[in-house]
Design a protein around this ligand. Structure first.
Ligand SMILES: O=C(O)CCC(=O)C(=O)O
Ligand SMILES: [Fe+2]
Length: 333
């Protein structure tokens, strides 16, 4: 694989991370509060995204530099961690328990996500059938959904590219921790094709480039979207390909493709990293090259459960124009 240019190099082997200093945390909070004041109405209004785009310019230079560098080159792991973002756990309401719950009002953490999406990574985006098209979504365990293959569950969530079935899958997935789980057991897992590729056999690489894999929409998307026609799991540069797979939703249509998928899952797992997010930690996953999943944990449904906020970003919003009525940020299907 060609190595990244020296000016963009990231630590080899483990995900890059940036720990904000206290003064930087305070600066992010001030910028986010300004976005909240400008937001007036709702979090999903175009005015709020516009205020977030401007607010980005007020963020600490180290944060902006790290996000922009990650956008250009997400490194071997395809994930980065920013710690020390402004989250006051003590002031939070109880963790929601409703299925599909989302944020509709501007808060400091939500505005922080929108600034990063709109100013740093490209643009925020959401999908109308999923979580009612909200730009900032809750990732919380939902009673009765413990075994669900989605973010409402609490059993092991297998590695997936977010919305792998979709022609316009998000380019980046942002997960900001508001509250950790009681036992500190829940781990966000990531596994990139950049680290998995070197251990794959030549035969498997070739098989993954063949259009022999179809992917179902995730349960969160509802049933309207159908399974994709057979497509490749790997596309682009054979030495640094893009990845499109969801190990609970992608099926191989030939025995050779099935064998390759099993080998890929083992390689992604072997190359994976686990991070136990704590309040104020933001993980940004490059969804073009890196899968994510989550270890199991035990929710109590007592208001103190794990709570992440999730926002998707796309590098080039224009590409999905025909999916977005009114040139907004929500794809209609
Ligand atoms: O709970 C997590 O850490 C990740 C859940 C997930 O895959 C998602 O929200 O997209
Ligand atoms: Fe996910």
């Amino acid at each position: 694989m060609t190595s990244p240019s020296p000016s963009l190099s990231l630590p080899v082997g483990t995900p890059a991370s940036l720990a904000l200093f206290e003064a930087e945390t305070a600066a992010v909070r001030r910028a986010a509060e300004r976005v909240c004041r400008a937001a007036g109405g709702g979090l999903d209004d175009p005015e709020t995204t516009a205020a977030a785009r401007e607010g980005w310019e007020e963020l600490p230079v180290r944060l902006r530099a790290a996000v922009r560098a990650f956008r250009r080159n997400s490194g071997e792991c395809g994930v980065t961690l920013v710690t020390g973002l402004p989250v006051d756990e003590a002031l939070l309401p109880p963790t929601p328990t409703a299925d599909g719950s989302v944020r509709r009002e501007a808060t400091v953490p939500a505005a922080t996500l929108l600034m990063t999406a709109a100013g740093g990574l490209g643009d925020p985006a959401a999908y109308a059938p999923e979580k009612s098209g909200a730009l900032v979504q809750d990732v919380v365990p939902v009673p009765g959904k413990e075994d669900f293959e989605g973010n409402a569950g609490s059993t092991l969530l297998s590695f997936h590219v977010e919305n792998a079935f979709h022609v316009h899958r998000p380019d980046f997935v942002m997960l900001l921790c508001l509250r950790a789980d009681h036992d500190g057991a829940a781990g966000l897992r990531t596994g990139s094709i950049r680290q998995a590729l070197p251990v794959l056999s030549e035969r498997t690489r070739e098989a993954l480039f063949r259009p022999e894999f179809s992917t179902q929409p995730p349960p969160s998307f509802g049933t309207a979207a159908g399974t994709t026609p057979p497509r490749p799991v790997l596309t682009g540069d054979p030495e640094d390909p893009d990845l499109r797979v969801d190990f609970s939703a992608t099926t191989a249509v030939t025995p050779e493709a099935r064998r390759a998928l099993v080998e890929l899952e083992a390689a992604v797992d072997a190359a994976s990293h686990t991070v136990r997010l704590t309040p104020g930690d933001l993980a940004i996953v490059d969804n073009r090259v890196t899968t994510h999943g989550r270890t199991a944990f035990r929710p109590r449904y007592d208001g103190g459960d794990r709570w992440l906020l999730r926002t998707f970003a796309v590098a080039d919003l224009r590409r999905s124009r025909d999916y977005r009525p009114g040139d907004g940020h929500v794809l209609s299907h």
